[in-house]
Write a protein that binds this ligand. Structure first.
Ligand code: GAR
Length: 208
């Protein structure tokens, strides 16, 4: 059984997409071993509990500094012997030490077509705000491997979504989730668990 750990900070609709994909058989031979959050009031926790998935709250503020927080997170995730760590709306930037502790085993969902509107400062609604301010006609979402640079790792899947003239940040966020994020995140997990991709020179290639 392929063991997945999901890190969340908020609503958890991407977590829900993974749960649903396992429950309806789109993702086979996998289970979510744990859902970890830095926010004790994250609704994602409720989604995990509704599905009898173990949850763990590890808050940055409980530690003297960020490194000690990350060490605790690394220890906990190592204990779980995970095959894959999914950052699904996890709003903590992770250090090189964290990334190297789980090399090529961490993926992230980002609500834009990377490299547009990505990197430090671009998260959640801020991404969609940037897209609307720039007058983009197309946006989308990206699933990528996580490296020490924010939103910079090898791209696994991207999906484009149209921007409408009357979009607000909220309506655009919702459409990007519905038309892209909730589809490509389970697809990316399948590609990894079925060993359909490899990383060559920092680029994700399909294994035929
Ligand atoms: C999603 O749109 C996700 O792509 C984004 O946060 C939202 C979380 O929603 N992530 C980032 O911005 C990371 N840079 P969710 O909690 O409902 O899955």
């Amino acid at each position: 059984m392929f063991k997945i750990g999901v890190l969340v900070s908020g609503n958890g609709t991407n977590l829900q997409a993974i749960i649903d994909s396992i429950n309806n058989g789109f993702i086979k031979n996998a289970r979510i071993e744990t859902v970890v959050t830095n926010k004790e009031d994250a609704f994602a926790l409720q989604r995990a509990k509704n599905n009898n998935i173990e949850t763990k709250i590890i808050k940055v503020k409980s530690f003297e500094n960020k490194q000690l927080y990350e060490d605790a997170l690394i220890d906990y995730l190592k204990e779980k012997e995970l095959d894959l760590i999914v950052l699904a709306g996890f709003m903590v930037i992770l250090s090189e030490k964290f990334v190297n502790s789980f090399k090529n085993k961490i993926i992230n969902i980002h609500p834009s077509l990377i490299p547009a509107f990505s990197g430090e400062g671009y998260y959640g609604l801020k991404v969609h705000e940037g897209v609307l301010k720039r007058g983009c006609k197309i946006t989308g979402a990206t699933v990528h491997f996580v490296t020490e640079e924010a939103d910079d790792g090898p791209i696994i899947i991207q999906k484009a979504v149209s921007v409408k003239d009357d979009d607000t940040e909220e309506t655009l966020q919702q459409r990007v989730m519905e038309e892209a994020e909730w589809l490509i995140l389970p697809e990316a997990i399948n590609l990894i668990l079925n060993k359909k991709i490899k990383i060559v020179d920092n680029i994700v290639r399909r294994i035929c």
